[in-house]
Structures are given as structure tokens and as C-alpha cells.
Design a protein around this ligand. Structure first.
Ligand code: BES
Ligand code: MN
Ligand code: ZN
Length: 498
């Protein structure tokens, strides 16, 4: 998709579609006001008759407006002008795209970028718009037989800018957005694929394919005998009940010489039945999303490799399936992790931490500048934060705050939870160094405390994406989170943001 910037008046700009907006009480966006003048008050008239709803999330398509060159105009609701921020801006663009669904639109010019969006500069105005438009085009149809619904034949996408001097920054924002959309699409595809297709081996093949497609990217896959030799008995205990072979996937992207790498570790449980501590039936299908952490870090790698960023980034994915069987791990089993610490497995459904701990220990060899693990780790995190914020924990205030800040700028938010000593005590075991569960209270935090035991000497953060990686219900599907948050974090770390 090509990106362009334009300084033309909205009414004079040729395009299949132009996006403008209306605030509450009928205040028109700059582009809409220009079209209103050119059409002798058509938009004002439509607002008065109630045909242009001003609420964020609403949008109307107007065809062949008098005095306007573009074929179509979408008027998106913008809400209160005083509250128009990045979030409303993205929702307005997304609503405009929804209103256009099914139309054969090849060129879109977004004129909402002329608005005052709580101090956003040209970079972020383009980033957010292109991301919202790109993301709106995602569909998952690969498992359907028969004819697929064709998408919009979008070829060119542009932002109005106030002055030529903004063009370069806007193009940068668009370029980053297109790579983030591609990363999110990979994350969504991996999440949405069924667990009989997206197995640990499938994730490994995906990583190998990425390494073939991108410069500076190499893949290494460890199989079970290799993991056994390394002493990853905690990870291997989770795969004991399944016939699917476990894989440890390591992707290394080298874009910054000998700099210490950022390491992203993603939980790759391709199906979590709970094991012998079997989960209840309702919604168990959603446990195909239990590789959302893996999908998120692979998607972030896709973004970074597409942009060929000046950074060293390693992605580590412990990939397993958690199933019950006669060979499965039992509650009460004790295993020795790669770190040497022993774990009493009191609940085989707390398996994510059992694979992540060995992946964290393995990652020490990379001497990370920062290590971030990403996991659909606990139902308790969903109880604590719902579906809006990712849980952010760790052993470094600076790193956690940096990640929360990146989430704000990327509109992919996280919220910190405390990993203080009191919680660690809940993991006490009478028989091993600690147990793998700490009771119901503060479950997201005790899971974080468990992981903390494996991060000595590293600057570490943990993202619990159990509430944010996918949505349930009629719109069931992967969200592509936290690719925007992690991409922002990395773009910022390697000095690519304005
Ligand atoms: N993958 C689940 C966490 C999960 C559950 C994410 C529901 C999203 C929705 C994880 O492996 C798990 O089962 N965690 C247990 C931990 C408990 C046994 C301490 C949980 O959250 O119930
Ligand atoms: Mn589980
Ligand atoms: Zn799980």
C-alpha cells in the first residue's frame, strides 16, 4: 500500500473517498467545513436533519457531494472537540472504514489529521490513522471452504497535512504503521488458527519461514532431547501428556552490531486443556489462544524485521501443548527447572509459568539489555484488569514504566501490578523450593512472583495478556495485542520516534 500526504483543500482533492468529521453540536472538522462551503451548506443541512450523528463510533457515507471532487465522503462522528484525543481519532477512522465496508475504494484521503488531536504531531497522526485503516482490513478466512469474501481493493492511503514540512514525519509514521499492521496480522493469524493446525511444530516452521524472508534474521529450534540435555525439566513436564513434540524457538535479529539485545519471551501453549487439572468445558476452545504471547512476540519480530530497525532483538518461544493422558504430569509431581530450583506442581493448569521459567533461564546466555516475557498467564489478571489493560509486572520500575508509557503512546495500554515479597510467600511448598500456584488471591501477581525467581541479574518485565490477546463472543478473534505496545517500546529504544 502506498502512502501520500496532501496539502490540497478537501473539496479539491481527487480520491475514491475522503474522511472528514463532525463534532457534537455540529461543529465541522476543517476538511468538512471546506466541503460544506463548496457544497453550499450540504453538510450543515444534513447535520440539522439528524443525518450526521456526531458520536464517536458512528459514520455516514455521502456519495457525489456537489462541489466536491472526491467520489465519496465519509463523515465520522468525533464527539466533544475538547476530548478529541488519539483514542477517539482511531475509533473515528475505524468507524469510517466500517461504514465503507463492501465499497470498491482504491484511494482514501484522511482529513481528520488536520484536527487538533491532543497535541499529536504529524508522525502519530499518520501512525494511528494508517494503523486503524490497515487493521480494519484484516480478515481470517483461510479455514473456510468455498469462495472468500474479497476485501477492499485499497491501493493508496493519504493524510492531509497542514504544511509541507510535516510530510516526512507523516510518511515515517505511515511506514511504521504498515509494518505494525503486518506484525499484528501475523499475530492474529497464529492466534486464530485452530490448535490442530497451529501446533508447536507449526510455530517453529513459522519462525523458520520468517528467517528465510528477512535479512539479519536467523532461527534456531531446539527439540525435546536438546531441551532435556539443557535440564529444562519444568518445561518438559508440561509436554509429558501430549503426542505433539515440544519446541523451543529462538529467533535472532541483528541490526545493531554488538549491542546487548532486547529479549522477548512468549508463552506458546498451543492448546491448554489444563492437563490432569482439567479445565471445565465451557469456552475451553478459547485456550487455543494460549499461545498469544508467542504470537505477540513473533508479530513484533515481524514488524522489527520489516523495518530493518537498528536494534538487536531476540525472540524466545517455548512451545508446547498441555494435555491429560496416562503419561501426563500429576499434581504433586516435583520437577527440577533448568535453573536448578525445584518446583512442586500442585496444579497442572498453571503450566505457562513452568515453560516460561526455563525459557527465562535459557535467555540469560544472551545477556539481555532488557527481557520482557509475554503470556496469557492467568484468569486472575482478567479479574483484576478486565479486557482493557495488559498486566505489567517485573523487577525494574524503570523498565515497567517505560513499557506502560509505550502502551500509552501506542494506544495499547498496560497497568502495573506489584510484585512485593508478601505475595512470594504464597508460593511456599513443604517439599520443593516452591510450588507452582499460590492460591486464588492475587493470582496474577503470584504468577509474576513465580517468574521473578528466574530473573536474577536481568532487567525483566512480565506482561500478562490474558485479558487483552483476544475477544470472545460474536466478534471472537485475536486482537493483535501487544504488538503495538512492544513495537513502540522497541522503536523508542532504538531512537526511531520523534
Ligand atoms: N492459560 C491459562 C490462563 C487463562 C485462563 C487465560 C483464562 C485466559 C483466560 C493458564 O494456563 C491457567 O490455566 N491459569 C490458571 C492458574 C491457576 C491454576 C493458578 C488460572 O488462571 O486459572
Ligand atoms: Mn493453564
Ligand atoms: Zn495456559
Amino acid at each position: 500500500m502506498d502512502f501520500f500526504t496532501t496539502t490540497s483543500k478537501a473539496s479539491r482533492r481527487a480520491a475514491d473517498c475522503i474522511i472528514v468529521g463532525v463534532y457534537d453540536r455540529g461543529k465541522l472538522s476543517a476538511g468538512a467545513a471546506d466541503m460544506d462551503a463548496a457544497s453550499k451548506g450540504a453538510l450543515t443541512g444534513l447535520f440539522k436533519s439528524g443525518d450526521l450523528p456526531p458520536a464517536v463510533g458512528k459514520a455516514r457515507v455521502l456519495n457525489s457531494l456537489d462541489g466536491v471532487r472526491a467520489k465519496r465522503v465519509v463523515v465520522a462522528g468525533l464527539g466533544k472537540a475538547s476530548q478529541f484525543g488519539a483514542k477517539q481519532y482511531r475509533a473515528a477512522v475505524a468507524a469510517a472504514m466500517q461504514a465503507l465496508a463492501g465499497s470498491k475504494v482504491q484511494t482514501i484521503a484522511n482529513y481528520l489529521s488536520l484536527e487538533d488531536i491532543n497535541g499529536l504531531d504529524a508522525y502519530y497522526k499518520a501512525r494511528h490513522a494508517v494503523q486503524a485503516i490497515g487493521d480494519s482490513q484484516y480478515t481470517f478466512q483461510q479455514m473456510k471452504s468455498g469462495r472468500k469474501t474479497p476485501g477492499m481493493p485499497l491501493k493508496k492511503l493519504g493524510n492531509a497535512i497542514a504544511a509541507r514540512g510535516e510530510a516526512q514525519r507523516a510518511s515515517r509514521g505511515a511506514e511504521h504503521a504498515i509494518a505494525i499492521v503486518a506484525g499484528m496480522a501475523l499475530t492474529k493469524d497464529l492466534g486464530n488458527l485452530p490448535p490442530n493446525v497451529c501446533t508447536p511444530s507449526y510455530l517453529a516452521r513459522t519462525a523458520q519461514k520468517m528467517a528465510r524472508q528477512h535479512k539479519r534474521l536467523t532461527a534456531k529450534i531446539l527439540n525435546e532431547p536438546e531441551m532435556k540435555r539443557l535440564g529444562m525439566h519444568s518445561l518438559l513436564s508440561v509436554t509429558a501428556g501430549t503426542v505433539e513434540p515440544a519446541k523451543m524457538i529462538i529467533l535472532q535479529y541483528k541490526g545493531a552490531g554488538s549491542d546487548k539485545p532486547i529479549v522477548l519471551v512468549g508463552k506458546g501453549v498451543t492448546f491448554d486443556s489444563g492437563g490432569i487439572s482439567l479445565k471445565p468445558g465451557p469456552a475451553m476452545d478459547e485456550m487455543k489462544y494460549d499461545m498469544g504471547g508467542a504470537a505477540g512476540v513473533l508479530g513484533t519480530m515481524e514488524t522489527v524485521a520489516r523495518l530493518q530497525l537498528p536494534v538487536n532483538l531476540n525472540v524466545v518461544v517455548p512451545a508446547v501443548e498441555n494435555m491429560p493422558s496416562g503419561t501426563a504430569t500429576r499434581p504433586a509431581d516435583i520437577v527440577k527447572s533448568m535453573s536448578g530450583q525445584t518446583i512442586e506442581i500442585l496444579n497442572t493448569d498453571a503450566e505457562g509459568r513452568l515453560i516460561l521459567c526455563d525459557a527465562l533461564t535459557y535467555s540469560k546466555r544472551f545477556k539481555p539489555a532488557a527481557i520482557v516475557d509475554v503470556a496469557t498467564l492467568t484468569g486472575a489478571c482478567v479479574i483484576a484488569l478486565g479486557h482493557h489493560h495488559t498486566g505489567v509486572m517485573g523487577n525494574s520500575d524503570d523498565l515497567e514504566n517505560e513499557i506502560v508509557g509505550a502502551g500509552v503512546d501506542a494506544e495499547d495500554r498496560g497497568w502495573r501490578l506489584p510484585l512485593t515479597d508478601e505475595y512470594t510467600k504464597q508460593l511456599k511448598s513443604n517439599f520443593a523450593d516452591f510450588a507452582n500456584v499460590g492460591g486464588r488471591d492475587g493470582g496474577a501477581i503470584t504468577a509474576g512472583c513465580f517468574l521473578k525467581n528466574f530473573t536474577d541479574g536481568m532487567t525483566w518485565a512480565h506482561l500478562d495478556i490474558a485479558g487483552t490477546a483476544w475477544v470472545s463472543g460474536a466478534q471472537k478473534g485475536s486482537t493483535g495485542r501487544p504488538v503495538p505496545m512492544l513495537s513502540e517500546f522497541i522503536l523508542s529504544r532504538c531512537g526511531q520516534l520523534p
